[in-house]
Ligand binder design. Structure first.
Ligand code: MD6
Ligand code: FE
Length: 218
């Protein structure tokens, strides 16, 4: 078989936009073009600031493993949730924001209608089989006028996308490797979460899902 035949047999990478509601859109496959530099940058972050399971203000250990990159990092402990320039596990600044993260976030936000987005915080979440993220709002950022860009890597997950009221019904949005969700404006305070992950395997990331959420927090 020729090289051309091999490419012809591979499924075409999916690149399309799926609006969820006013202010939120799934950009299918948007991160695939940057896969290699994203994964390389991720390795460097995790080498400096390993994943850890934070404690919620209520005293529960989060099942999601977390770390951060950039000038500010999201942390949780018995005192509450906040953004902190220092990693409490190392007492050092968080690893720097990789340029490929900043550039991808800016491009995705602009594509979704939020021009000029420059993130100063990247929360990195690691999910394994059974890991879930309960329904919440993102409201710890100083100016909620900025959108959030969320990049999914590795095994698939089902994202729960609700409304402004916690009790509003939720959409179930499957997210796969390379999908990017941009979320802001009238959608910025919608409740959302992640259903418990089903066991799965990804050729590059193994048995886990990594989610990057890029924010302007400070
Ligand atoms: C996740 N994401 O997808 C968790 N928050 O693993 C979030 O909590 C999130 O994807 C705000 C905006 C986009 C998100
Ligand atoms: Fe969130």
């Amino acid at each position: 078989m020729s090289t051309a035949d091999l490419f012809a047999a591979a499924p075409a990478p999916v690149r399309r936009d799926e609006p969820l509601c006013a202010g939120a859109v799934v950009l299918r496959g948007f991160a695939l073009a940057d896969e290699a530099p994203l994964l390389q940058a991720l390795d460097a972050i995790v080498a400096q600031a390993p994943f850890r399971h934070l404690i919620t203000p209520g005293g529960f250990r989060m099942s999601v493993g977390m770390t951060n990159a950039g000038p500010l990092g999201w942390v949780s402990d018995r005192r509450g949730y906040r953004y902190d320039p220092i990693d409490p596990y190392s007492d050092q600044p968080w690893p720097p924001m990789p340029p490929v993260f900043r550039q991808l976030a800016g491009a995705a936000a602009a594509h979704a209608g939020f021009a000029g987005f420059v993130p100063d915080a990247c929360l990195v979440n690691r999910y394994e089989a059974g890991t879930r993220l309960s329904l919440h709002q993102d409201r710890d950022e100083r100016d909620l006028g900025h959108p959030i860009v969320s990049v999914s890597l590795g095994i698939p997950a089902v994202f729960l996308f609700g409304g402004l009221q916690r009790s509003d019904r939720q959409l179930r949005v499957p997210l796969a490797h390379g999908d990017v969700v941009v979320w802001g404006g009238p959608a910025r305070l919608r409740h959302h979460g992640v259903l418990p992950l089903k066991p799965n395997h990804h050729g590059v990331l193994g048995d886990c899902r990594i989610n990057l959420t890029l924010r302007r927090a400070g």
